[in-house]
Design a binder for this molecule. Structure first.
Ligand code: HEM
Ligand code: FES
Length: 775
């Protein structure tokens, strides 16, 4: 279903229809973009590839919104909820006709602020107050219910051989779980389903005038129903669930948890919790069955499921876009955004941005950064229910891969979607199987199996096994190693600058890939024999043999080549040539302007000289210290050049010299390989070490200048939750018993900071020499 011919909600500038509100011409692609059209419903990421490639922020005259499609831009908008307010998140995208308004008024419909569309400072106070039921410890109580529900639903279809999974299970299970989580009685599920479809159409869809009136009736009844349930709950709010919890909190914070809020969240919460999860499950199963080898890989090793869930949410998420409004004149990338501009930030497109995800259209359940997807949003408003959703998705996949590993999609079916700008999931998902082959008929034992569920944020995916195909000398003290998938499968896509983690005799070491990204059957790395080796390079040089099988994670790219530069300067020192050579190859293939400066001791000790000379000829300058030719970094980089980017990989003194020489260059001109996570990437020179005392156990944990409190607690085996790890979301808060905090988060209010009674452990530190936490 699509509604490409519906009347546009808004046009560009009314006086100059061919230009956007900033006066820039609207491109043909931008003018044609229709978020209600089938192509966007079916494949939101694919339908916006043109935008990611060439026009990442554009004005859509049909929608009256600015559309943002690249990963970094979408994340930046989510991150700054002050400049980009979420207040329009639940606004009706299609203006309501008078008749429908009258219907809504008759029901006293007054859906206003919930959490998702509330501004600061109220939002964060409310979010923190209501967080408790979402913590992993609390969520664990829901696991038996989810398991039982999924099993009962599979029981009902297991002998039939054919089912519409949406109808038979994927809708009911998340709805029942959602009601249970909210503490709402499970009566009238069919009615609730009708209501929530109406709410989606009403808020995010493009109903015709006739449909609007019918939808308004359902929305009005939904509103009344939510109010009645709330009234009943108020009479006895002692029961379990998020809503009674909120009601019990109300007397303590009446200005934060208002009556209007409770009524709105009751209605919005039902949709937020189940529609999203039902769609996510249907998308995931469809995606995995369409990629049969991946489905079979999961059936063979169910430990892959937690990361498979992340990969499915990335590849085929159930929220395809979300909304924000600019509160001031601002910029996204280099596009001017006027105050009041409405933004459609397309998470599905961001999740397929090749600048962030290598081979983004492929499904790789071992993908290292699958969990970086933006399907749950990001920052202060990031989905609070994400771990409940993850739990449900894991259990659904566990049960189906155990009991119906032989199921397949009914061939030839066409998938239909409810046309709307935000949610995405097929309305029906037909699968079939031969019941005679059901594993439980021959092995009833499998029904007793209870697989563990990973609650909380995603952990690292499982490694894959690779075989060492060849070990060849590359230069003095350097070997080149060729690796292939141990099961003969193609290896994942990667881009220049990517590295893999290899487990070598109990150690994990990172190596940049230096072969040809188009060769999916092998990877190449080069390893220098380091006299100061703590084991990794020694192991490679002394023990590794052809035919060995190693565990490998990745690839991951912390050092991507920005295709937008006018000119590239590549600087490599010694073995630092490994990521640089692949970047230079890519620059050459693109016909870009570039030059390689490669420093080493002597020609004999420098890897890849033959390949570099052959492929890069006069774009290569070599510096050999043994022969007295040295690179004068300060001279080379004396003049900042507009549009030039510098990529450097080499020893620390080389990185320092480049940093020193480019102080007067634009901030993002220099790109450096970084193997550390963002968590560790703050400047130790600006921090001091201190002690954290734990009030409950009396333990004292030292936090060095280059580590966060969160990192130090975790290293000491103490679990603290975290999400954004940038001081935005409030997840890592812990109570402080004593000591002054150097607050660096965006979560606490001024008054709360002054009290020093809690801190965000991902970013804030002690002001003095120690601090005591209530842990
Ligand atoms: C917010 C997606 C499941 C409760 C959000 C947002 C998105 C989202 C995109 C807005 C994020 C932002 O503005 O940065 C999803 C998806 C789900 C899911 C894809 C399933 C796969 C759930 C469940 C619950 C839930 C199961 C409740 C049990 C919430 C709440 C917020 C929210 C309360 C508002 C948070 C805030 O504004 O502080 N979700 N959600 N969600 N979600 Fe979910
Ligand atoms: Fe988000 Fe610390 S504030 S993890």
């Amino acid at each position: 279903r699509g509604s490409g011919d519906a009347a546009p909600a808004a046009t560009g500038c009314p006086f100059h229809p061919g230009v956007d509100p900033s006066g820039r011409p609207i491109s043909a692609n931008a003018a044609a973009f229709d978020p209600f059209h089938e192509t966007f419903q079916e494949d939101p990421a694919g339908s916006l590839r043109w935008s990611r490639d060439g026009e990442p922020v554009f004005y859509s005259p049909r929608l009256g919104y600015w559309v943002v499609t690249r990963y970094e831009d979408v994340k930046a908008v989510f991150r700054d909820n002050i400049t980009f307010s979420p207040s329009i998140a639940l606004e009706k995208v299609t203006p309501v006709c008078d008749e429908a308004t009258a219907v809504l008024e008759r029901y006293g419909y007054a859906m206003r602020r919930t959490l998702v569309n509330e501004d600061e400072p109220v939002h964060m106070r409310r979010r923190r107050a209501l967080m408790e039921p979402f913590t992993p410890a609390q969520l664990a109580h829901h696991e038996p219910l989810v398991r039982r529900l999924v099993r009962e639903h599979v029981d009902r279809i297991i002998d039939t051989g054919k089912a519409d999974l949406v109808e038979e299970m994927l809708y009911d299970v998340p709805l029942t779980v959602a009601l249970h989580f909210l503490g709402v009685p499970e009566d009238d599920m069919a009615m609730l389903r009708k209501y929530s479809v109406a709410h989606v159409v009403n808020t995010w869809g493009r109903p015709t005038q006739e449909e609007q009136v019918a939808v308004a009736e359902s929305v009005g009844r939904f509103w009344r129903f939510a109010g009645e349930v709330l009234d009943r709950m108020r009479q006895d709010p002692s029961g379990p669930g998020w809503m009674p919890y909120a009601i019990r909190l109300q007397p303590q914070m009446p200005d934060v948890i208002t009556d209007s809020y409770l009524h709105s969240i009751m209605m919005a919460g039902i949709v937020a919790a189940h529609e999203t999860t039902a769609n996510a499950a249907a998308n995931a199963i469809r995606l995995l069955l369409e990629n049969r080898p991946v489905w079979e890989e999961i059936c063979a090793d169910q430990r892959l499921i937690p990361n498979a869930v992340e990969e499915c949410l990335r590849h085929s998420g159930s929220v395809k876009a979300w909304r924000r409004i600019a509160t001031t004149d601002t910029k996204i990338g280099d596009v001017e955004i006027p105050k009041g501009a409405k933004l459609l930030i397309v998470t599905s497109s961001a999740n397929h941005d090749e600048r962030r995800f290598d081979g983004p259209d492929e499904v790789d359940v071992r993908r290292e950064n699958a969990g970086d997807h933006l399907t749950f949003g990001y920052g202060a408003h990031q989905c609070m229910g994400k771990n409940l959703a993850r739990m449900e998705l894991q259990i659904i996949l566990q049960e189906l891969t155990t009991r119906l590993p032989h199921m397949e999609l009914v061939p030839g079916q066409r998938f239909s979607y409810l046309p709307n700008i935000s949610f995405r999931g097929p309305e029906h998902l037909w699968v079939q199987w031969d019941p005679a082959r059901n594993p439980e008929r021959t092995n009833p034992e499998i029904l007793r199996r209870r697989l563990p569920v990973q609650i909380g944020s995603a952990r690292r995916p499982l490694p894959r096994s690779v075989t060492v195909l060849a070990i060849e000398p590359e230069a003095e003290g350097i070997v080149r190693i060729t690796l292939a998938d141990a099961h003969g499968k193609p290896l994942p896509a990667w881009s220049p600058g990517a590295h893999v983690d290899l487990e070598l005799g109990g150690l994990t070491r990172q190596y940049s890939l230096c072969g040809d990204p188009d060769d999916r059957s092998t990877y190449q790395i080069a390893v220098l024999k380091d006299p100061d080796s703590r084991g990794g390079s020694r192991y490679v040089h002394e023990r590794l043999a052809v035919g060995d099988v190693l565990l490998m994670r990745g690839p991951r790219n912390n050092f991507p080549l920005d295709p937008g530069a006018r000119r590239y300067v590549f600087i490599a020192g010694g073995i630092g040539i490994t990521p640089i050579i692949t970047m230079a190859d890519r620059a050459r293939r693109r016909g870009a302007d570039y030059h390689i400066h490669y420093c080493g001791r002597s020609a004999a000790a420098m890897a890849f000289l033959g390949r570099l000379r052959r492929d890069h000829g006069d774009r290569l300058t070599l510096y050999r210290s043994a022969e007295g030719t040295r690179l004068d970094i300060a001279r080379l980089l004396a003049e900042p050049q507009e549009g030039t980017q510098i990529y450097v990989c080499g020893p620390q003194r080389m990185l320092d010299a480049v940093a020193e020489a480019t102080r007067h260059w634009p901030d993002d001109a220099v790109r450096v390989e970084s193997f550390v996570s963002a968590l560790d990437r703050f400047d130790p020179a600006k921090n001091h070490a201190f002690d954290v005392r734990l009030a409950d156990s009396g333990r004292v944990i030292r936090v060095p200048a280059d580590q966060t409190v969160l990192g130090a607690l975790r290293a000491a085996g103490i679990d603290v939750l975290s999400d954004c790890e940038e001081g935005l979301c409030g997840t890592c808060e812990v109570p402080v018993a004593e000591g002054e905090v150097d607050h660096r988060d965006m979560v606490l209010t001024k008054a709360e900071r002054a009290q020093h009674s809690s801190m965000m452990t991902c970013c804030s530190r002690a002001r003095g020499g120690s601090i005591t936490l209530r842990l």
